[in-house]
Each structure stands twice: as structure tokens, then as C-alpha cells.
Design a protein around this ligand. Structure first.
Ligand code: FES
Ligand SMILES: [Fe+2]
Length: 368
């Protein structure tokens, strides 16, 4: 890459800056791991600023409704759920899991409205590989081809091992950038065992755009894992070959493979509000001792995520003073791609067309 970006506030297009923190709708967002939602349970979440009730019927199917009662706005999730219908805690209106009102206790049979006239918003839900995704956008019923593919790991989907998540006090963009930044490892995840500044060396990695079926994003092509990524050895015993994809709006997957074992990771950012973002990390692996390893892996994964959280929080605080910033060559290229593709996705939505993946295959070089 020969382009030089000496000064970011001048090299960021005005609409790019305007897009800072903008939510990208019409997308699947990670809600919670399947294991956190038992039959007969309903939970409250805020996704892209919308209050969402997520529940699981007695028959095992996950569903999601707007969590505000159409009557007077009370949170439905504070009411009751009998495994079939949700009952508002205020005046007892009941709703089936597709959002249809079934009873308005205060109404006589001739008063308007009647239950059949009332519907609350329902969201499309997809449950895959141990993860529950909610579609935030206009789509409300019957999955069809207009929905983008639900994010999945490329292998080991039936080997769900664990999920960790942390809330980052920043907008979606800063949280996402943390997932793709290649140059922070030796400083943010500094460790005597894993790596430190002395382990920094030059890296060359080939990148290619995702195919149309995969979505809008890019792939760091399969390559031998770096010698300072010792974390892999915990799972796989030796240094693997690894491939990383990043897909708009906020999903990163990683697939690492040795001759014997595999590991997959899925990281997804879900905006809560303009100021808070939930970062979820899900791990799958098939090396022996999977279940026994869980507590230690959970501890390490949470620590890693918390290190990223603190780094991003420090950046967020600094940026609140609106300082001039810059993006350097290659090491910041993925961050630029992210903004470029976000701009394209938002423009395509506004113009009611399919977004174009504007990236080209390229090899990037940096030290980390
Ligand atoms: S506010 Fe929900 S029933 Fe009245
Ligand atoms: Fe990190």
C-alpha cells in the first residue's frame, strides 16, 4: 500500500466522521449464548438503543419482542412468562411469542381496541452454533433471502465451548476497531509468557475481499501463526495455520488448525447505545480436555478482553477532546477498510441497492 495518511482528521472523509458511532441496521446482532436462555425464561436486552425482550418458549424456540408494552410502555420483561405468553406487569395484557396480543383484561367485549387489533413488534431470531442472533431492522417475519447470512464459524460449530462478554464504554466503531488492530498486541496484551515488546517483528500478510455469499468484509488469508501468538498452544499444542475474517457490521471469526486439532473464535460487537457496546467472544475447540480447560480459558479470555476494553476506553477518553489523529500505512489499513465499508453499506441502504465490496486483494506489512 503506497497511500500515506499523514493526518487522520484531514484524511477521514467528512461523511466518515459523520458516521462515527452510527448504527448499521438491517443486520444480525449477537444477543446472547444459547445456554443463557432456558425454556420459559425471558430477558431484557438493549440492542442498537432498542429495548428487546428475548425469550425461549416451552417448546425450545427462541423469540424476541419489543420490550415496551403497546399500552403504556411498561417493560414487558418485568412481567410474567408462562412458556407460551408474555404478560405485562401493569394491566395484564398478554402477548404470544410472535407479538400478537391475546387478552386485554380491562376491555368489555364491545370496547375498542380488542386484543386481535393489537400487535407488538417482533424480531427475527436465529440460533446457530450455540449463539442467538437478533435481526435489527425492518424484517419482522419469515426468514427469506433478503436477510444477510447469519454469522457462523467455518468449522467446529457443534463444539461450542464457552462465551465471554464485556461491555465497552465506547461507540461501536471504537469497539470494532479493537478487533482488527494488528499492532497493539505487544503493548495491550503484554505478558511475560505470551509476548512483550521484544517479540515484535516484521509480518507480511495477504488479504482478500470476502466473496459475495460471505458478506461485505475481508479475509486475512490462511498463514502460519506468528511465533509470538503463544496463546494458540494452550488449545492446539503447536503453532497452527490460521485464517481470520472480518465481516460487516461487527463480526470477526478466526479458524486455527494444526494437523490434529482445530480452534475457532467468533467475536461480535453489539451496540447498546451510542456510548456503550457489548463485545462477545465465543470459542470452539476440539483438543482434548475441552471441558476441563474451560475455567482457565475463560479466565484468560476475560483478561484479554478486559485489556482491550481498557485500551479502547483510554482511546475514547482521549478522543473526547477531539484531538487531531492520524492513520499510518499498512498497520492501520484494516481500520480504514472498516470505515470505507461501513460508509458503503450505509450508502447502499440509503440508495436501496446491494452494497459493493470495494476491496482488492493486497499484501500488508507491519511490525508487531
Ligand atoms: S402498560 Fe402494559 S398492560 Fe398497560
Ligand atoms: Fe486485543
Amino acid at each position: 500500500m503506497n497511500d500515506v495518511f499523514p493526518h487522520a482528521n484531514s484524511n477521514m472523509a467528512p461523511d466518515e466522521q459523520a458516521n462515527q458511532g452510527t448504527f448499521v441496521r438491517e443486520q444480525w446482532y449477537y444477543a446472547l449464548p444459547s445456554i443463557a436462555l432456558k425454556p420459559g425464561v425471558m430477558l431484557h436486552r438493549i440492542i442498537l438503543g432498542e429495548p428487546v425482550l428475548i425469550g425461549r418458549s416451552e417448546n425450545g424456540k427462541a423469540f424476541a419482542l419489543s420490550d415496551t408494552c403497546p399500552h403504556r410502555g411498561t417493560l414487558l420483561s418485568r412481567g410474567k412468562f408462562d412458556g407460551h405468553e408474555v404478560q405485562c406487569p401493569y394491566h395484564g395484557w398478554r402477548f404470544s411469542t410472535d407479538g400478537q396480543c391475546t387478552i386485554i383484561p380491562s376491555q368489555t367485549s364491545i370496547q375498542k381496541p380488542q386484543a386481535k387489533d393489537i400487535r407488538t413488534k417482533s424480531y427475527e431470531v436465529s440460533e446457530r452454533q450455540g449463539n442467538i442472533w437478533v435481526f435489527i431492522g425492518k424484517g419482522t417475519s419469515n426468514l427469506n433471502s433478503e436477510f444477510p447470512p447469519v454469522p457462523e464459524v467455518p468449522a467446529l460449530g457443534d463444539h461450542f465451548q464457552l462465551h465471554v462478554s464485556l461491555r465497552f464504554a465506547c461507540n461501536i466503531d471504537l469497539a470494532v476497531i479493537g478487533l482488527m488492530d494488528p499492532a497493539h498486541g505487544a503493548f495491550v496484551h503484554r505478558s511475560k509468557i505470551w509476548r512483550n515488546e521484544d517479540s515484535i517483528h516484521e509480518k507480511r500478510k495477504a488479504f482478500s475481499p470476502l466473496t459475495e455469499n460471505e458478506g461485505i468484509g475481508w479475509r486475512m488469508d490462511r498463514h502460519k501463526a506468528s511465533s509470538n501468538s503463544k496463546a494458540y498452544k494452550v488449545f492446539l499444542g503447536s503453532a497452527p495455520e490460521t485464517e481470520i475474517t472480518y465481516r460487516m457490521p461487527s463480526v470477526r471469526t478466526e479458524h486455527a488448525q494444526t494437523k490434529k486439532y482445530e480452534y475457532c473464535g467468533l467475536t461480535a460487537c453489539t451496540p447498546v447505545s451510542a456510548y456503550e457496546t457489548d463485545v462477545h467472544h465465543v470459542m470452539y475447540w476440539n483438543a482434548p480436555g475441552g471441558i476441563l480447560l474451560r475455567p482457565i480459558v475463560r479466565h484468560i479470555a476475560r483478561r484479554f478482553l478486559d485489556q482491550d476494553r481498557r485500551a479502547v476506553t483510554a482511546m475514547n477518553e482521549g478522543l473526547s477532546f477531539n484531538p487531531p489523529t492520524m492513520m499510518v500505512q499498512d498497520a492501520d489499513t484494516q481500520t480504514r477498510w472498516y470505515y470505507q465499508l461501513k460508509r458503503e453499506v450505509l450508502a447502499a441502504q440509503a440508495e436501496k441497492r446491494t452494497p459493493r465490496n470495494t476491496l482488492k486483494p493486497v499484501t500488508l506489512t507491519w511490525r508487531s
